[in-house]
Ligand binder design. Structure first.
Ligand SMILES: N[C@@H](CCC(=O)N[C@@H](CS)C(=O)NCC(=O)O)C(=O)O
Length: 79
């Protein structure tokens, strides 16, 4: 499963969501506008920054929209 922490209005998040759409990927989106979700992200990744990707199948987690986009293109190329 692919989980993406996002925040409403975050352009870096939109960039990753656009790549996901292009590749036909569906994310479980978690929005840090909710304080509980924000705390969950900090506990998990170490800082409050979005986007943050969790790829549970491959045990990969990362910040940075550029790195996430590159990872998605490599791991889930469009068929
Ligand atoms: N270099 C980062 C920048 C990410 C970034 O600046 N995200 C902002 C939102 S647009 C953020 O997480 N700010 C902290 C917050 O909103 O709590 C990336 O490309 O992913």
């Amino acid at each position: 499963m692919l989980t993406l922490y996002v925040k409403t209005g975050c352009p870096f998040c939109h960039k990753v969501l656009d790549v996901g759409r292009e590749l036909g990927i569906t994310f479980e989106e978690k929005n840090i506008a909710d304080d509980v979700v924000a705390a969950e992200l900090v506990a998990r990744g170490g800082k409050q920054q979005v986007p943050y990707l969790i790829d549970s199948e491959h045990e990969v987690e990362m910040y940075e929209s550029g790195d996430i986009s590159e990872y998605l293109r490599a791991q889930y190329p469009k068929k």
